[in-house]
Design a protein around this ligand. Structure first.
Ligand code: UD1
Ligand code: CA
Length: 446
């Protein structure tokens, strides 16, 4: 069955106490809005309409970044969830399809859950996604007649008896567009919040003879975020789920609770990740690699059998090839490190192409920035870069060549050459002792 999605994202998110629109806050380094858009896409939505209001331009910009064909409608005043959905009527009222309503601040719904809703919709008019919880708090309560859902009561408007109901509303519903918009037209705002509640459409549907069925999902999926504290809890849930997902796939996490992933992290089987590792967006780590403690990775691809860290930083645009070693206090940015090459200690490698079996000595720096532009460094196969070499880019170091320790390399080094770019040492016999004696005497006088 084809369907369109409406994502509600106009709310101010007052309880977030933040300037940023609520749905642009991130979980696992992707905004909640992107999480919800992704699930809509995976579930097979034909089109996605986002209802924006508060800072709509920022929401629109972010939505288009994720999916250029996402459509945005504006809800000028946030008069409630029913009023928000109404804004999409112009685009979807006559689509003749189902609409699925998702909330921008409920980021963890799974696409399989949406599939279950779609299945349930075949035998009812509106499918409602709910969950059973020990802590119903401020969630809307689902009123059932034992068979179907006949209404939803917001916590603020509920009687004490209704508050005891543990069956809660996730906010997600699926039904025919024309039916939902017809019901919305009848919703009033005679309630504690003086808002048009979308949830009222269930009672109206029941009264008009339509059937609403409940689909249950895990409470974790429907975690809504209304405050920074809840955002932190959502992040915790996200990380826990990722850790389990990776361990089940054969990724070894020595101390799972200290490793942090992003929404798009990919890791192959047999890879070991030690303690306190942070993986920012766009990272792929292939099979059997090792990421040692206290490393930070972002926008990079790590090939099999390579070793990263401890204390390494791999920045966007980097590729670490098979069997390469990146050691402690090494920063790699927008560089390719060839297979079996080693950069073991205290180095900065930026805008560089490093061939195979290259040894980069401790303290080597690619001086890639002249204050205006970035320049490339090319180090070819088998080169040996002596410790504390400054490679002033643009520069090329040829195959199997050597740079002497402490060199400042400003000219290309031919293949197999030894580049020696530092002043020669002079030993003045006896002068060391003389100097110290003189300095001590001076100090004693004063
Ligand atoms: C809503 C549900 C509640 C459910 C809970 C699940 C209603 C009336 N209540 O309550 O039953 O248990 O979600 O998390 O629907 N929004 C707009 N425009 C508005 C108002 C809200 O776009 O005028 C958006 C918000 O940005 C948010 C979503 O709709 O993304 C939900 O609104 P929110 O105010 O957070 O509803 P809850 O009180 O959480
Ligand atoms: Ca909410």
């Amino acid at each position: 069955m084809s369907f369109s999605v409406v994502i509600l994202a106009a709310g101010k998110g007052t309880r977030m106490k933040s300037e940023k629109p609520k749905v642009l806050h991130t979980v696992g380094n992707a905004s909640m809005l992107h999480h919800v858009m992704e699930v809509a896409k995976r579930a097979g939505a034909e089109e996605t309409v986002i209802v924006a209001g508060h800072q709509a331009d920022l929401i629109s910009e972010s939505a288009k970044l994720k999916s250029p064909d996402a459509r945005i409608v504006i809800q000028e005043k946030q008069l409630g969830t029913a009023h928000a959905v109404k804004q999409a009527e112009r685009l979807l009222g006559k689509c003749g399809k189902d609409i699925l309503i998702l909330y921008g601040d409920v980021p963890f719904i799974k696409s399989e859950t949406i599939s279950r809703l779609i299945k349930a919709r075949k035998t009812c008019d509106i499918a409602v996604l709910g969950f059973d919880t020990k802590h119903p708090g401020m969630y809307g309560r689902l009123i059932s007649n034992g068979e179907n859902i006949i209404g939803i009561v917001e916590a603020k408007d509920a009687t004490q008896e209704q508050l005891n109901i543990s069956l809660c509303n996730s906010g997600v519903i699926l039904g025919r567009a024309d039916l939902i918009f017809d019901l919305i037209a009848k919703i009033g705002r005679d309630n504690a919040s003086k808002e048009f509640y979308l949830t009222d459409c269930i009672e109206l549907a029941t009264k008009a003879g339509f059937k609403s069925s409940l689909v249950l999902c895990d409470e974790k999926e429907t975690t809504g975020v209304n405050s920074l504290e809840e955002l932190a809890r959502a992040e915790e849930l996200f990380q826990k789920a990722k850790r389990i997902e990776f361990m089940e796939k054969g990724v070894q996490l020595n101390s799972p609770e200290t490793v942090f992933f992003s929404f798009d992290t990919e890791i192959g089987k047999g890879t070991v990740i030690e303690q306190n590792v942070v993986i920012a967006p766009a990272v792929t780590i292939e099979e059997n690699a090792t990421v040692r403690a206290f490393s930070h990775l972002e926008g990079c691809r790590i090939f099999p059998n390579s070793k990263i860290g401890p204390y390494a930083r791999i920045r966007p645009g980097s590729i670490v090839s098979e069997g390469a070693n990146i050691g402690n206090f090494v920063e790699v940015k927008k560089s390719i490190v060839g297979s079996k090459s080693k950069i073991n200690h205290l180095s900065y490698i930026g805008d560089a192409k490093i061939g195979e079996k290259v040894n980069v000595g401790a303290g080597t720096i690619t001086c890639n920035y002249d204050g205006v532009s970035k320049h490339n460094t090319d180090i070819e196969d088998g080169a040996f870069i002596g410790s504390n070499t400054m490679l002033v880019a643009p520069v090329k170091v040829g195959k199997s060549s050597v740079t002497a320790s402490g060199s400042v390399i400003t000219k290309d080094v031919p293949d197999e050459a030894l580049a020696f770019a530092r002043s020669r040492q002079e030993n003045k016999i006896g002068m060391g002792k003389k100097l110290m004696d003189f300095l001590r005497k001076q100090k004693n006088k004063s």
